[in-house]
Ligand binder design. Structure first.
Ligand SMILES: C[S@@+](CC[C@H](N)C(=O)[O-])C[C@H]1O[C@@H](n2cnc3c(N)ncnc32)[C@H](O)[C@@H]1O
Length: 217
C-alpha cells in the first residue's frame, strides 16, 4: 500500500521527490523539511505519538505539521436499523489500531512540543453511490448493506463523516537560537488563567514570573 501511494504520487507529480519510509523513522535529515502532513494515516498506527515526535524531528525551524483524518467512532449513517448501524460502525472502529486518534490530534501535537495549534472539523456529507462504496469498507453484512443499496437507488442514502484537521508549529526559530547559544531549552512556564477565567485544578493563579529564558517563548 505504501509503495502504491508512492507510485500514484510519482505519476501525478513527476517533478517531485518521493521516498518510501515508515512514519516512525522517516528517511529525512533532522530539521530538513518545512511542512509535514499526515492525511488519514495516524489511525493506522499503534503508536501515533511516536510518529508525531518523528514529524517534529524532521521539521525545520518555522515548519508546520498538519494532521487530518476521520474519527472512526463518529460516522453518522441514516438507517432503519440504528442499533445494528452503531454496532457495525464501532466494530469497524475497533478493528483499527487507533480509531479515535483524530480527536487527539491537538493534544498529540501539544504533547510533542508543537505550539499554536489550530483545530478545525469539516463535515463530509455523502448522498450518492460514493456513500455506498464507503459503507462497503465498513462492513460486509449483507442484509444491512442491502438496505443501504436500496437507499442509494432511491436517493435516500445519507452518510456523514466529520474530518478533523489540526495544524501546529514545530520548532520556533527562537528555540533553535536558544539551543545554538547554549541556553537551556525547556517548556515555557505554565500560564495563569486569563483575566475572568477561573483557575483549573493545579493551575497557578499568581501572575506569571518573568522567565529566565524569555528567548524560548
Ligand atoms: C487511508 S490510506 C491514506 C493514504 C493517503 N494519505 C490518502 O489520503 O489517500 C493510509 C496510508 O497509511 C499508510 N501507512 C500505514 N502504516 C504506515 C506507517 N507505519 N508508515 C507510513 N505510512 C503508513 C498506508 O500505507 C496507507 O497508504
Amino acid at each position: 500500500m505504501i509503495g502504491r501511494t508512492a507510485t500514484v504520487a510519482r505519476e501525478r507529480w513527476p517533478a517531485g521527490e518521493f521516498h518510501v519510509g515508515d512514519a516512525y523513522e522517516l528517511p529525512l535529515e533532522t530539521g530538513s523539511v518545512t511542512y509535514y502532513r499526515a492525511d488519514k494515516v495516524l489511525h493506522m498506527l499503534d503508536d501515533p505519538a511516536r510518529a508525531v515526535a518523528e514529524a517534529r524531528r524532521v521539521l525545520a525551524p518555522g515548519g508546520r505539521a498538519v494532521l487530518l483524518g476521520q474519527d472512526w467512532d463518529t460516522i453518522a449513517i441514516d438507517s432503519d436499523e440504528p442499533e445494528t448501524t452503531r454496532r457495525l460502525v464501532h466494530a469497524k472502529a475497533d478493528s483499527l489500531p487507533s480509531p479515535r486518534v483524530a480527536r487527539r490530534y491537538r493534544n498529540l501535537l501539544l504533547d510533542a512540543g508543537f505550539t499554536d495549534p489550530v483545530a478545525e472539523v469539516h463535515t463530509a456529507v455523502f448522498t450518492d453511490y460514493t456513500a455506498y462504496a464507503l459503507l462497503q469498507r465498513i462492513t460486509d453484512e449483507e442484509s444491512w448493506l442491502a438496505e443501504q443499496a436500496e437507499r442509494a437507488r432511491a436517493n435516500r442514502i445519507f452518510v456523514v463523516v466529520p474530518m478533523f484537521l489540526v495544524a501546529a508549529q514545530g520548532w520556533r526559530p527562537t528555540w533553535i537560537e536558544a539551543r545554538r547559544g547554549g541556553a537551556r531549552v525547556g517548556r515555557p512556564p505554565p500560564t495563569s488563567p486569563a483575566p475572568g477565567r477561573p483557575a483549573l485544578p493545579g493551575e497557578r493563579t499568581a501572575p506569571p514570573r518573568i522567565s529566565r529564558w524569555p528567548v524560548i517563548l
